[in-house]
Each structure stands twice: as C-alpha cells, then as structure tokens.
Design a protein around this ligand. Structure first.
Ligand code: DGY
Length: 323
C-alpha cells in the first residue's frame, strides 16, 4: 500500500503530480481552510500532511494522527507547527526556504514603494473619476510622497529574505542598517550593511522592514515603546508575521502621527479586518501574498513533494527543520 498524504489546500499542479507518483493523495478542495474538527478527523489514517500557515499543528492534532510521520509545511515560516512536540514523537517537519525568497523580497519592496509614493491612494483617485472631476491636470503639490533613493533602510532579521531585501536596497543607493540575533560579518561585507541595536535601527531608519520569523522573542517586538523611537517621517513594512507587531500600538502610532505610514502583508489574526486601520490613507494592505507568484508557489509545491519523496525513500528530507 502507498503511504497516504493529506494536502490541506489545493497547491500548484506540478507538486500534486509529483506526489501522486508516490503517494495516495487526498486534497482538501475547498478554497476556505479545512475546519479544525474535520482536519482532526481526516488525519486519522494519514502518514504525512502538507499543511498551510493557517493550520495549527500541535499535540492535539498529533494525538489524532497515530500514523503521522511527516508534516511538510507549504511555507518558509513554521510558527504554526509545534516542532518540539513533533520531534519528540519522531515526526519530520519541513518548510520551503529559498524558492520564495526573491518573490517575497520583491513584495516587501512593492509595499515599501507603494506606501512611500501613495500608490493606492493615487489609484483610487484616478479610477474613481475624482481626478477628472477636480479638473486639475497636473499640480506641483499633488500626491507628494516620501523619497526612497538615497535614504536609510533598516532591516530587522537578516536571513535569506532580509538579505534579498537588502540587495535590492543597493539599487536604490540606500544606507543599509540591520538588526539580528547575531552579527553577520559576511553579509556586512557583501551588502555594505551596518549592524545596529534594534533601538538604534528604529531611530535612524527612514524605512523599517520586518523580516524575522515569529518566535517567543519576536512576539510584539515592535511595540508602543519601540514605535515611539521611529522617525515621524518613517514607514514600517511587515512581510514577516502579524504578531511581530502590536497592532493596537501600530494603529495608535499611525493615528497620532508617530510614524508616517505602514505597508502590511501580515496581521495578528488572518483573515483580518480592522475598520480603524483600513480607513487610514497612509497604509497599504495586502492579504498575506508575499510569496504569491506563479514561480514561487510552483517552487514551493515542488519542494514539498521533493521533501515527501525523500521521506518515503527513507532519506532525510532536504529542508528538514527538526533540530
Ligand atoms: C511563508 O512562506 O512563511 C509565507 O508567509 C506563506 O507563504
């Protein structure tokens, strides 16, 4: 009998095709996420799972899945998985690094530029007919935004994605500051990046981009006290995890003008709605789509399959995260 894999959302076909060559594959076809009670039921006889960041893979789930031997997360982040508990039970956990690095770094820049140059506001102004109604063809003071070229970017978290964001900053002639748990001398040399304490980085940067994983240490890393350190002209970009920022403090900061704007792809709860935040013109919001390009998502699907096939062949999966 072929091992059974449950894939908790439809992923690109290239990955499913590969998986079908080796496994008995069940795919949850609904666009919405699999209800928790259904998931707990469906995992009873599976050998492996392909999971999304929106599913909590914890001891309760593992208790419901006595045959489970591997969880392949369709994401680079794996804060949704209790890896320690999985390791204790001998369950492999894998993620999808590298294949989404450039897409996610591009998206950080899309948010940064869109926020700095007020692109969403300008789009609404143009397509609503407001421009035509006002009858002002061109005005020297219309939609003035923030300069990007030559400014200072502060990157919090200099992993793969943080470095890719920094590389792009080189093309914008920026001074690059970074903060991470440890100093990265090689990256400093390659990127010309300067290490700062988090507080120092927040004080000096015109753009602060969050690229850290969510851990106990990074939960609400950007809180009221730290937001108050940022320049009043600065923009915060979050492509990491929503819980890295204390949303209440961020809303206050934006409302009271402690910072100039924010570009957000991730939220404390997802899907997310916050009337107060969403009414603000100085924010650009996306529904957690940092890695959403055809190439990245197909790369992720392939990597998930490659990991599972290695596991089936008795090999160590290439992007194992258990320690
Ligand atoms: C990730 O990979 O961690 C993203 O947040 C989901 O694609």
């Amino acid at each position: 009998m072929r091992p059974k894999v449950l894939v908790t959302r439809r992923i690109p076909e290239n990955g499913l095709e590969l998986l079908r060559e080796h496994f008995d594959v069940e795919v949850w076809e609904d666009e919405r996420e699999i209800p928790r009670e259904v998931l707990l039921e469906r995992v009873r006889d599976v050998d492996a799972l392909v999971t999304m960041v929106s599913e909590r893979i914890d001891a309760e789930l593992m208790d419901s899945a006595p045959k489970l031997r591997m969880v392949a997360n369709y994401a680079v982040g794996y804060d949704n998985i209790d890896v320690e508990e999985a390791t204790r039970r001998g369950i492999y956990v894998t993620n999808t690094p590298d294949v989404l690095t450039n897409a996610t770094a591009d998206f950080a820049w899309a948010l940064l530029l869109a926020t700095a140059r007020r692109l969403v506001e300008a789009d609404a102004f143009t397509r609503s007919g407001e421009w035509k109604r006002r009858g002002v063809a061109w005005h020297p003071l219309m939609f003035l935004g923030r300069d990007v070229y030559g400014k200072t970017i502060g990157i919090v978290g200099l992993g793969r994605i943080g470095k890719a964001i920094a590389r792009r900053a080189g093309g914008f002639g920026m001074r690059i500051l970074y903060n991470s748990r440890t100093r990265k001398p090689e990256a400093e040399k390659e990127l010309g990046a300067e290490f700062r304490s988090l507080e120092g980085l927040l004080r000096e940067s015109d753009f602060v981009v969050l690229a850290v994983p969510l851990t106990e240490e990074t939960y609400h890393l950007i809180n009221e006290e730290r937001l108050r350190l940022m320049k009043r002209t600065a923009i915060l970009v979050n492509i990491a995890r929503g819980k890295v920022v204390d949303t209440k403090a961020l809303v206050k900061a934006l409302k009271e003008g402690w910072i100039a704007g924010a570009g957000l792809d991730v939220y404390e709860e997802e899907p997310y709605y916050n009337g107060e935040l969403f009414a603000m013109e100085n924010v650009v919001l996306a529904p957690h789509i940092g890695s959403a390009t055809h190439g990245a998502r197909e790369g992720m699907a392939e990597l998930v399959a490659v990991n599972l096939i290695a596991f089936k062949n008795g090999e160590i999966p290439p992007t194992l995260v258990n320690r």
